[in-house]
Write a protein that binds this ligand. Structure first.
Ligand SMILES: Cc1cc2nc3c(=O)[nH]c(=O)nc-3n(C[C@H](O)[C@H](O)[C@H](O)COP(=O)(O)OP(=O)(O)OC[C@H]3O[C@@H](n4cnc5c(N)ncnc54)[C@H](O)[C@@H]3O)c2cc1C
Ligand code: HEM
Length: 407
């Protein structure tokens, strides 16, 4: 907890810091990467840096954490910190690295805010930083301990046992250990990080959800390659670096560097009716969860909702249907934007996903994964149908700015 004097200083300066936080985090990353180029090259995601997503996520998290010291809400603090701690653990972040971040973040605060940063203001924000850092370090150390690894020691070499097209631009990789021992188990819904050495020598890291059941000795991930895109205005976004590297270069028998699984979008330990809603490649954690539910013959009501561009772009389409068939009380609804020909199924719709026609069981717990507009739409539909906000869980396939956004 912050001291009374610090709380007052934070209350007085939060609007000023909040208004400048995007400038502060942008300068922070620029100066930290200038002094430590290895962090930009080999640890941080340079795609997120170019798009400004990570800057936004960091700024949002710090501003929200500071605001939550003034109006405490432990559930929101835990949500924000757990999201970050799991991501940090999946990258092997160590406690000593918090001093590096502190140095460049505080230099950026002083540079951007100038005279506003009196000794008293600096001391107050210093206290907030270290409170947040210590809570993250403690959470990360618990995650490392529970995963049975030393602090930061999360990387292992695995071998690709099988590679399969799940749609034209999506491939799955079954990963097996190199020493014939079973790979560690995980909770359905978790992800691992993959690190690859790219052509320019940089080692870039990305996260991929486990699309297999934890009962298997192997792990499976499913990667959709990110194609280059030209906006209506004519600007071009380049092809995704790691997804294309994996798609074009990694085959059966190849070695991959991956981490122990982490992640907090996991099936809760209760019997609540489930609703799993995904769009596009957001199907991967849901396929993992459904594989687990099918393997454990789960009999509770389960609604599976999936939206995709077309049946042919829907990765794991047949597998999803087969998993739903194996579950005694599961139903599936699918939406395709481009449905050239309608099959015999009654639960396939043309257009965007909507909950209008869907029955949502009382006490449902929902898990969402897909682009933000899709998740916001489904979340609103669930709230309208009486699902408690605390029972709606989600994963963002990028830096999460949603967790820290005002409720
Ligand atoms: C928890 C989690 C789970 C995930 N699970 C999965 C999964 O199961 N399957 C899956 O396929 N993905 C998953 N992802 C997404 C995955 O981690 C990668 O983000 C994805 O594969 C894209 O990585 P990339 O290196 O190919 O693209 P990047 O190179 O990182 O590019 C990402 C985007 O940024 C744009 N960009 C890059 N540089 C610039 C620039 N200079 N100017 C403008 N735009 C730029 C690119 O055009 C692209 O649109 C998950 C992410 C998270 C966080
Ligand atoms: C109090 C200090 C810190 C805060 C508040 C913080 C906050 C965040 C946030 C909000 C994210 C995005 C999480 C998500 O994906 O949703 C993140 C990711 C990340 N953090 Fe931290 N962090 C801190 C310290 C550190 C330290 C010490 C390091 C190590 C140098 C670090 C390295 C990273 C990396 C590499 C990512 C992933 C970046 C990406 O994928 O683009 N962070 N952090």
């Amino acid at each position: 907890m912050l001291s009374a004097a610090t709380t007052e200083t934070i209350r007085a300066t939060l609007p000023t810091v909040g208004a400048a936080i995007d400038d502060i985090t942008t300068l922070f990353y620029r100066t930290m990467f200038a002094a430590h180029p290895e962090l930009e090259r080999d640890l941080f995601n340079r795609g997120n840096q170019s798009q400004g997503d990570q800057q936004k996520a960091l700024a949002g998290a710090i501003a929200a954490f500071a605001a939550l010291q003034l109006e405490p809400d432990q559930t929101r603090v835990d949500l924000i910190l757990s999201r970050i701690a799991n991501k940090h653990a999946s990258l092997g972040i160590r406690p000593d690295q918090y001093r590096i971040v502190h140095k460049y973040l505080f230099e950026a605060i002083v540079e951007v805010l100038g005279d506003v940063v009196t000794a008293e203001v600096a001391a107050a924000w210093n206290e907030v930083y270290w409170l947040m850092a210590e809570m993250l370090i403690a959470m990360e150390s618990r995650l490392y301990r529970d995963a049975g690894v030393a602090v930061g020691d999360v990387w292992r070499r695995v071998r690709v046992l099988a590679r399969r097209y799940e749609s034209a631009d999506t491939v799955s990789f079954v990963l097996t250990s190199v020493d014939n021992k079973a790979l560690p188990s995980f909770s359905p819904g978790q992800y691992l990080s993959v690190g690859v050495r790219l052509g320019d020598g940089a080692r870039q890291i990305r996260q991929y959800s486990l699309s297999s059941a934890p009962s298997s000795d192997d792990w499976r991930i499913t990667v959709k390659r990110v194609a280059p895109q030209t906006s209506p205005g004519g600007s071009t976004a380049p092809a995704g670096e790691v997804s294309n590297f994996l798609y074009h270069n990694v085959f059966e028998g190849d070695a991959l560097e991956v981490t122990t699984p982490f992640g907090d979008l996991v099936l809760h330990d209760d019997d609540a009716p489930l609703l799993l809603a995904s769009a596009g490649i957001g199907c991967t954690p849901m396929v993992g969860m459904l594989s687990h539910l099918a393997a454990t013959a789960d009999a509770r009501p389960i609604s599976v909702l999936h939206a995709d561009r077309s049946p042919s772009s829907h990765a794991h389409r047949a597998e999803l249907a087969e998993l739903v068939d194996r579950l005694p009380s599961a139903v599936m609804h699918r939406w395709y934007e481009d449905l050239a020909a309608r099959g015999p199924e009654s639960s396939v719709y043309e257009g965007r996903a909507s909950l209008n026609e869907i029955t949502v069981a009382a006490g449902t717990r929902a898990y969402l994964c897909g682009p933000l507009p899709f998740m916001l739409g489904i979340r609103q539909g669930l709230l309208d149908k009486g699902v408690a906000a605390d029972n709606i869980h989600y994963e963002v396939f990028g830096p999460d700015s949603w967790a820290a956004a005002p409720a």
